[in-house]
Design a protein around this ligand. Structure first.
Ligand SMILES: [Zn+2]
Ligand SMILES: [Zn+2]
Length: 123
């Protein structure tokens, strides 16, 4: 069981599924919304329970981004045409039991850090 919450606690989520696709995203939208790199994993929508009133931002024709309207925590990313939702690993309470598998959108990464953990990188 993985449980997570935003900074103020108004929004909580949990899943009993084993999350897939652990990644760190360096894209421009994640940089802007999170203030840095956004780490996430995804589960099927049917396996994710969200409580609280998420503010969904229609970020592009591809996806929407969910955050807490009160504290601003960036918690969810969801493609319009997929039946999965990604959640922020940084918002998980307690150990995640997961390991990152890759870096994505590395061509958009900031110039103030290097990626040196040896994980696969995708532009
Ligand atoms: Zn909040
Ligand atoms: Zn991103």
């Amino acid at each position: 069981m993985i449980k997570g919450s935003c900074l103020c606690g108004d929004i909580c989520f949990e899943t009993e599924a084993t999350p897939q696709g652990t990644s760190m995203c360096h894209c421009g939208q994640c940089r802007k919304q999170s203030g840095g790199i956004w780490s996430s994993a995804y589960v099927l929508d049917t396996e994710l329970t969200i409580t609280g009133d998420v503010s969904w931002y229609h970020a592009s024709d591809l996806a929407k981004r969910g955050s807490c309207p009160r504290c601003g925590s960036f918690l969810f990313w969801k493609a319009h045409d997929e039946d999965t939702t990604s959640f922020a690993l940084g918002a998980v309470d307690g150990p995640t039991g997961l390991k990152l598998s890759k870096h994505i959108f590395t061509a958009s990464k900031g110039d103030y850090y290097d990626i040196a953990d040896g994980l696969p990188q995708k532009d």
